[in-house]
Design a binder for this molecule. Structure first.
Ligand code: UD1
Ligand code: UDP
Length: 377
């Protein structure tokens, strides 16, 4: 038997860790591969929350996060430090996920060394380079470098083909977020204590309709964030509603949200939840209000209506399935759409149906087989 192929998996933020831990586990379980994990730690605490629950101990931890980091400062550091790890490890292939600065710099550093890059969650496109910013350009850069493109859906495959990526390079695999969601749900079922930390809030808000909120997009900083805060303020004025909002650690989010919403009795601004607790929030929420990418995928899988505080989405599948609706960052629109869901039972029920546009939970295994096939193992 030939030597195992060395795979270097590179990631740095919370959502990449959530979407790659199933991939790391699937490669590690396969003797055809030797896996090395490099975290940039573009996020620190929010990354560590995932590493801990997933039981991943990185082989390299670059510890690059700086307070309120800039895109250029972060990207420059990533390129240099990830390059050093690649020179040391000399992997046969590099795997990146999604569209963060870490994923883009990881792909570029590998390309500079002519190491093939495989892209998990390939082909998401909004068609607007400023929405989301800078992710739309990050993923286009990765798309122009990648050897294998693992598209979660037919929609994302078609976007790659439209950019003239050869069809034999693109595989529709589903999204590994569903693998992660299934895994965490099973863990909670086996050990409910893993997600029991919201019990006090659940008790405090008993009898109210729960709105779960997340928000962090860079293109919303400033006016967009202030509008989101004002909309939540108006929503929470209803006595029958409670808002549970784990606030992203980005200081640009925290300053606005704590300033505008810190004193409201119907709003719980809490620290970022670990993945089991966030899964619990998804299950107790009546409605999710978010600008997150991952939440747009998880909510449809759970049949949770999700209002997306963005003008465009690179994940139209949830909208097509009827579980997600784009509401932008206009205060009146967010509030009106949310009140409609609260007050119109038929409107709510038409959105509250589970769909699986993002896969069956076996995406990671599929990816391992495709990589093995690519290198003739
Ligand atoms: C990043 C990604 C974005 C992804 C998001 C997921 C880029 C350019 N942006 O955005 O694509 O959707 O993560 O959440 O790659 N911070 C902490 N602790 C943490 C995490 C963040 O303190 O654990 C603070 C730091 O001050 C940091 C700031 O948040 O400088 C911004 O982090 P950064 O990764 O640059 O941007 P995000 O907005 O989190
Ligand atoms: N998430 C979490 N704790 C939280 C908020 C979100 O574990 O307090 C998870 C969520 O389930 C999803 C992912 O983080 O899988 C989304 O991350 P984020 O919104 O930061 O990034 P995006 O998906 O927009 O890139």
């Amino acid at each position: 038997m030939s030597e195992p192929a060395k795979i270097l998996v590179v990631f740095g933020t919370r959502p990449e860790a959530i979407k790659l831990f199933p991939v790391v586990a699937a490669f590690k379980a396969d003797p055809r591969f030797l896996v090395r994990v490099c975290v940039s730690a573009q996020h620190r605490q929010m990354l560590d929350q995932v590493l801990e629950i997933a039981g991943i101990v990185p082989d390299h931890d670059l510890d690059l996060m700086r307070p309120d980091q800039t895109l250029d400062g972060l990207t420059a550091a990533l390129l240099i430090e990830l390059g050093k790890v690649m020179d040391l490890e000399q992997p046969d292939r590099v795997i990146v996920q999604g569209d963060t600065a870490t994923a883009m710099a990881g792909a570029l550093a590998a390309y500079y060394r002519k190491i093939p890059v495989d892209h998990v969650e390939a082909g998401l496109r909004s068609g607007n380079i400023y929405h989301p910013w800078p992710e739309e350009v990050n993923r286009k850069i990765i798309g122009s470098i990648a050897s294998l493109h693992f598209a979660p859906t037919e929609v994302s495959r078609d976007a790659l083909l439209a950019e003239t990526v050869p069809p034999d390079r693109v595989h529709v695999t589903g999204n590994t977020v569903i693998d992660a969601l299934h895994w965490v749900s099973a863990r909670i079922a086996a050990d409910p204590a893993l997600a029991a930390g919201l019990a006090e809030l659940e008790q405090r808000f008993a009898g109210k309709r729960i709105v779960g909120v997340t928000s962090h997009r860079r293109e919303n900083f400033g006016g967009g964030m202030e509008a989101i805060a004002e909309a939540i303020h108006q929503i929470a004025a209803r006595p029958d509603v409670a808002v549970i909002f784990p606030v992203h650690l980005n200081p640009n989010v925290r300053a606005v949200m704590h300033g505008a919403l810190g004193d409201l009795t119907n709003v719980a601004l809490i620290e970022p939840l670990d993945y089991p607790h966030f899964a619990r929030l998804l299950s107790i929420a009546d409605i999710m209000l978010t600008d997150s990418g991952g939440v747009q995928e998880e909510a449809p899988a759970l049949g949770k209506p999700v209002l997306v505080m963005r003008e465009t989405t690179e994940r139209p599948e949830g909208v097509t399935a009827g579980t997600a609706r784009l509401v932008g960052t206009d205060v009146a629109r967010i509030v009106t759409e949310l009140f409609t869901l609260l007050d119109d039972k038929a409107a709510y029920e038409s959105m509250a149906r589970a769909h699986n546009p993002f896969g069956d939970g076996h995406t990671a295994r599929r990816i391992v087989e495709l990589v093995a096939n690519e290198i003739g193992r």
